[in-house]
Design a protein around this ligand. Structure first.
Ligand SMILES: [Zn+2]
Length: 303
């Protein structure tokens, strides 16, 4: 059986969670080849096993080199290990509380390594991972590397997932669409959003930017927007440093949107160091849907 057919079988098992991004009708898998809705809108499986469900064309800054660098940082440098452990701990506690099969959507998953690491860490067969990203390049790499999850090219503003289909939504250092998150999340489902704090990658920022405004992050607005849409049940701060090698520093600069508008000499200065301590400073926000349609609050705090 080919990668494409295996993925089509996996999608078929979870086909009830899909909804056509064009007409919102239910979908089915035909001939282990395509996802098709009731109105015959058809999305084919690519040979790597992902499905492109975008309904418009897009331009993306994110290219193969960036995703290769991101893959190496996440899978090999260990820079995010504590992040993955903490998120898995939150998911496992939640699973113990609800005791049913769960679908974890990584919204804005890039090349899929955060989702893969978190699923490895959860180590639970009742969990299925779904990764969605607008970048075809990222999803193609995810589908080639990680065969046990479902990978979709799609738009977070119009995701191909059904109403109340996800038990957990991850949104890691990536833009969100809260309206759609609320639509696809089950009533007591979790949204886990990771946002930078002021010292996140400060060594990189300090080298790249002359402008003091850009040397640190402020996440107040992001956190208050999150609170407008979800009942914040927990917030964890992760702060640590790790020494990276020169190759890892080069990968870090390459995967980071921070470097896109920076001068080459600044990037070279950063990547020419033999080693450097790098600071991770993140908030992990854990939220649940604030209101149901009837206006009743699902405010049961689990932590
Ligand atoms: Zn349709």
């Amino acid at each position: 059986m080919t990668s494409k057919e295996k993925s089509a079988e996996l999608v078929n098992k979870y086909v009830h969670v899909f909804s056509c991004p064009i007409c919102k009708s239910p979908m089915k898998v035909t001939h282990l080849k395509s996802l098709v809705c009731l109105n015959n809108h058809t999305f084919d499986f690519a040979k790597q096993g992902y499905v492109n469900m975008l309904t418009r064309s897009t331009n993306s800054h994110y290219n193969r080199e960036l995703f290769k660098a991101r893959h190496q940082i996440i899978m090999e440098s260990g820079l995010h290990v504590l992040l993955h452990e903490k998120i898995s701990e939150v998911i496992n506690e939640h699973m113990n509380a609800i005791n049913e099969e769960i679908l974890i959507l990584d919204a804005g998953c890039g090349e899929g390594s955060h989702l893969q690491r978190i699923l490895d860490e959860c180590n639970n067969e009742t969990v299925i991972g779904v990764g969605i990203d607008i970048s075809k390049e990222g999803i193609r790499m995810a589908a080639s590397n990680y065969k046990d999850s479902i990978w979709l090219v799609g738009d977070l503003a119009n995701s191909p997932l059904a109403v109340q289909s996800c038990q957990v939504i991850l949104n890691i250092l990536s833009p969100a669409n809260y309206k759609d998150f609320r639509r696809i999340l089950v009533p007591d489902g979790l949204v886990i959003k990771v946002v930078p704090r002021s010292n996140y990658l400060k060594e990189l920022r300090e080298t790249l930017f002359d402008d003091t405004d850009k040397k640190s992050y402020k996440n107040d607005e992001t956190v208050s927007l999150f609170k407008k849409h979800f009942h914040l049940v927990d917030i964890f701060n992760l702060r640590y440093t790790q020494e990276l090698t020169q190759t890892e520093l080069t990968n870090l600069a390459q995967m980071s949107p921070l470097a896109w508008n920076s001068k080459k000499e600044h990037i070279d200065h950063f990547t020419n160091q033999d080693t450097s301590e790098i600071t991770i400073d993140l908030d992990i926000l854990v939220g649940i849907n604030k209101l149901t349609k009837g206006g009743r609050e699902y405010g049961k705090c689990m932590y």
